[in-house]
Design a protein around this ligand. Structure first.
Ligand SMILES: C[S@@+](CC[C@H](N)C(=O)[O-])C[C@H]1O[C@@H](n2cnc3c(N)ncnc32)[C@H](O)[C@@H]1O
Length: 544
């Protein structure tokens, strides 16, 4: 697995590595073939996304015309791919996880491989002699645990672009980099990687490039999961031009080769900036702000952060403990915060507000609030959280997610009902925090389709439903599943996430069969719901 190359558009030769710099969607084996094709290609190459610059936020991307939710804005090949900064042993030749204690080692550099065949893999060739200079094997992963030395690999792969791909190297040099901040702070992980490359490997790279490369990775890299469920990271210069918002308007997904697909999550008007989230959307405001401040050196002023009600959810504010009517409001989200109730004007210091928050969150971390619980116990705990905070507070969302994991282990009607209700409430919150064609909404509707159909089947079996109400419930499940399919069908064909789409298709088939069976009985089925499902290739379903 490596940086993707495709067939030359002109002559079809494999491993063409010259791509159109505008759209990055077509490949050529040489500049000559690219020039030959330009007259034809320029018609289709209308860059949908253009770059602009802001004095404070730097460069960013906007759409050149109105786009609709789900539309593909661009795809991008990574200029470099590698393991995460801290990683369990991963084969440097193919990026597969190494899970046996007796793993193979590269005969030259001794780094772990899945097999000796991977020692000659293209991905590992250039870095191998550099890594081999660690004669004392100081940085080598020796067991199956996490090793921080994997950080070095992507940095080396970026530095090696200078000789292997001058265009990619130039793009790396143009990327934003946190190098100055990291150097000034003597950030320990940054310094450890730099020292390892300079002093242990004694690599001949200029120190300023090593700092820049690692700083650019810290500012810009994206993590993704390979189809075999290995977490990796890649450097994508164009994708990385998108600035952050806690209310993102695009979605990102990647295929098995790490090619990134950027789609509009919602309808977007021409010249609107494209935003991704650097923090995820589900953390409370102070956590998101602190992360952006500490890791990316800016304070977020997005629509969600500026709104004291956080889009009407009051997601990070507890209810006033005194009047139980209003939501507490902080005077600031960073540093010394004082919270005040706008109605009864009672004032609390930050630590008082956060103590209960921290206590609940640590319980969820260990799962001990819910573990071994029965449905009634889970319900009681959720009620307590709701009373302490409120139904759209961050802590309630975390509690609901842990509760669902616990309820999945209980297979009775009560547990299914509670799970269904929790997913419905979560969906209403996700509709606000991650609106549009987002994976989170797609997966939530998938879960709702599963819960509602399973519950209907259980209730039918127990004789609690008539055919009429069974049909209504199954149609509701089908509706959720079909909405979920619309979103999940956007996952790239051979991605890790594609399996959810294929699974949703099978569930839809099952629901349709049950609906047809009940229709046979009662002849009252409205057939319109059963139409318009795009079927995948047969081979894709067989691979499931
Ligand atoms: C991945 S880069 C994004 C592209 C960057 N603006 C550039 O010029 O290359 C991340 C950096 O962009 C800036 N940035 C991103 N989102 C921002 C925001 N919402 N407000 C202010 N600065 C932001 C910060 O300097 C951040 O460290």
């Amino acid at each position: 697995m490596g940086v993707q190359q495709q067939d030359c558009k002109v002559c079809g030769v494999k491993e063409a590595n010259v791509s159109c710099s505008e759209c990055e969607q077509v490949f050529y084996c040489s500049s000559r073939h690219q020039e030959e094709d330009w007259e034809e290609h320029k018609v289709e190459c209308q860059a949908l996304v253009i770059e602009q610059k802001d004095p404070v936020k730097g460069r960013y991307l906007v759409v050149a015309r109105n786009v609709t939710a789900g539309e593909l804005l661009f795809k991008e090949n990574p200029i470099a791919l590698g393991p995460r900064a801290t990683s369990r042993p991963i084969c440097l030749g193919c990026h597969e996880l190494i899970e046996t204690y007796e793993f193979a080692k590269c005969p030259k550099c001794s780094w772990p491989l899945c097999s000796l065949a991977c020692a000659s893999a293209k991905l590992h060739q250039a870095e191998c002699p550099i890594l081999a200079a660690d004669k004392g094997q100081i940085g080598l992963p020796t067991n199956l645990g996490e090793s921080p030395y994997y950080d070095v690999i992507l940095v080396l792969r970026c530095l090696l672009l200078r000789h292997s791909d001058s265009k990619a190297w130039q793009r790396l040099l143009q990327m934003a980099s946190h190098a100055v901040h990291l150097e000034n702070e003597s950030e320990p992980f940054h310094m450890a990687t730099i020292l390892y490359i300079k002093d242990i490997l004694q690599a001949s790279f200029d120190a300023k490039f090593i700092h820049h490369a690692r700083g650019a990775i810290m500012a810009n890299c994206f993590e993704w999961t390979s189809p075999s469920n290995v977490s990796l990271r890649g450097v994508y210069p164009k994708t990385a031009r998108m600035n952050h918002s806690c209310l993102p308007n695009v979605t990102m997904s990647s295929d098995r080769n790490g090619v990134m697909y950027i789609r509009a999550a919602v309808d977007i008007k021409a010249l609107t900036p494209l935003h991704i989230t650097y923090t995820g959307t589900l953390g409370p405001l102070w956590e998101r702000q602190a992360y952006l401040n500490e890791i990316h050196y800016f304070n977020c002023g997005c629509q969600r952060c500026k709104d004291p009600s956080e889009l009407g959810l009051h997601y990070s504010s507890p209810k006033c403990d005194t009047c139980k009517q209003q939501f507490m409001e902080p005077n600031s989200w960073l540093g010394e915060t004082v919270w005040e109730c706008p109605m009864c004007h009672v004032v609390f210091q930050d630590n008082l507000i956060k103590t209960e928050y921290v206590q609940w969150m640590s319980k969820f971390d260990c799962n001990d609030t819910f573990i071994m619980a029965h449905t009634k116990g889970v319900r009681n705990t959720l009620d307590r959280v709701e009373y302490a905070f409120h139904p759209t507070h961050h802590v309630w969302v975390m509690a609901a997610q842990v509760a669902i994991r616990t309820l999945q282990k209980i297979s009775n009607r009560d547990a299914l009902m509670l799970r269904r209700d929790l997913w419905k409430r979560l969906l209403r919150i996700y509709d606000v925090l991650e609106p549009g064609m987002t994976r989170r909404r797609g997966m939530t509707m998938y879960e709702l389709g599963v819960c509602v159909s399973s519950l209907a089947r259980v209730e039918m079996k127990e004789g609690r439903l008539t055919d009429h109400f069974y049909k209504i419930d199954m149609e509701e499940a089908l509706q959720y599943m079909q909405n979920s399919l619309k979103i999940l069908s956007l996952e790239p064909p051979d991605s890790h996430e594609r399996k959810w789409y294929l699974s949703a298709l099978q569930i839809v088939e099952g629901i349709k069969r049950d609906l047809l069976a009940v229709a046979e009985k009662s002849k009252i089925l409205s057939l319109d719901l059963l139409e318009n499902i795009d079927m995948p290739e047969k081979a894709e379903i067989e691979n499931l």
